[in-house]
Design a protein. Structure first.
Length: 118
């Protein structure tokens, strides 16, 4: 069983930055990892993903503002969020899957609240 633990959420003003961390119980170079978010009253949506080989993909809504990265020595994946907007307010979830992470990942973290005030 893959365990994922997020940290780094919080409250920030619009235009500010936050960095989320996701510590995994497995080698992060052995599994595809990603970030999703769910805003109140909305469905969970894909944010960003990094594959085993290091390939990266972003949702259009965060492209140019968010950066996903991986520290394999620490088995940790990060989501650096810059130029935050109120519409980025959501619970952010780390996810992982050995096959494909963008659609229905098997493993999920507990979530981290990110609130962006206007």
């Amino acid at each position: 069983q893959v365990q994922l633990v997020e940290s780094g959420g919080g409250l920030v003003q619009a235009g500010g930055s936050l960095r989320l961390s996701c510590a995994a119980s497995v080698y992060t170079y052995s599994i595809h990892m990603g970030w999703f978010r769910q805003a109140p009253g909305k469905e969970r949506e894909f944010v960003a993903a990094i594959s085993r080989s290091g390939g990266i993909v972003y949702a259009d809504s965060v492209k140019g503002r968010f950066t996903i990265s991986r520290d394999s020595a620490k088995n940790t994946v990060y989501l650096q969020m810059n130029s935050l907007k109120p519409e980025d307010t959501a619970v952010y979830y780390c996810a992982a899957d050995y096959v494909e992470v963008r659609t229905t990942p098997q493993h999920w973290g507990q979530g981290a609240q990110v609130t962006v005030s206007s």
